[in-house]
Design a protein around this ligand. Sequence first.
Ligand SMILES: Nc1nc2c(c(=O)[nH]1)N[C@@H](CN(C=O)c1ccc(C(=O)N[C@@H](CCC(=O)O)C(=O)O)cc1)CN2
Length: 294
Amino acid sequence: MQLLDGKLLSAQIKGEIAAEVAQIKAEGGKTPHLVAILVGNAGRSETYVASKMKSCEEVGMHSTLIRFEDDVTEEELLAKVQAVNENPDMDGLIVQLPLPPHINPDRVMEAIAPAKDVDGFHPINIGRMAKGLPAYVSATPQGILEMLKRYQIETSGKHCVVVGRSQIVGLPMSILMQRNDYPGNCTVTLTHSKTQNLAEICRSADILIAALGRPGFIKADMVKEGAVVIDVGLEKVADPTKKSGFALRGDVDFDAVAPKAGYITPVPGGVGLMTICSLMQNTVKAARREVYAD
Ligand SMILES: Nc1nc2c(c(=O)[nH]1)N[C@@H](CN(C=O)c1ccc(C(=O)N[C@@H](CCC(=O)O)C(=O)O)cc1)CN2
């Protein structure tokens, strides 16, 4: 079994981004600028946004955090999105999810200018990605592709099973793994809560991507010997053995599955860290106007 080490890769990638940003600056170009909007403080959103801001600083990029209380109205939020859209100094904009229940996330995502949508959640970016056109690809799927590439994992002709059909991970991942490119050219099965014979389908996977948000759901008897196992889950679970009283767990029962897997991502230290790197990479692209020209 080989560990797919997100910590190691993200340190490498951040070094590469820092070098690219330094070069842009040396050539008199514009410093990439990421704006994050955080509404309230649901779950671990505060931690994730803080990590995004810190990463920008580490690679020499500008960042701005805009905070709203939980009771912000959708109109107020949309007005701020519009203001960032119109600000030429701001290259990329993300709105941290989840949003409070009174705000429609689809309406907010659609309000972000596609050229600044570095999360790749706007329907135009999802559609362009599906058609294989230049687009911002959502950060977690892009981070997984980067991981497969950097560990030179063969994907062509393999059976890739994606567990979970979320719009930000499962669905885009299934589209990306079937495209005629590397990583890709897989035969893909996208599974979800209504899928029958899930364990059997998972057992037939050469590449198993678990993104359903249920800690420890993927057990050893659901995994083929030698499979590549990618764990997107990240949940806080009670753990009395820890000083904090909790631990972070993925969707895969790591201790049971690891001895059977060919490659496996740890949680934490796997896919989550790659997500932040992809966001940085997309923001550099946005500053360079690589995906959408002015
Ligand atoms: N606007 C967005 N909202 C959300 C996204 C997203 O891509 N865009 N994805 C997730 C959360 N997420 C990014 O925002 C995210 C999740 C995990 C990590 C990460 O670094 N994980 C570390 C552990 C960190 C910790 O909790 O201590 C790891 O896996 O090692 C970064 C970003 C939902 N919302």
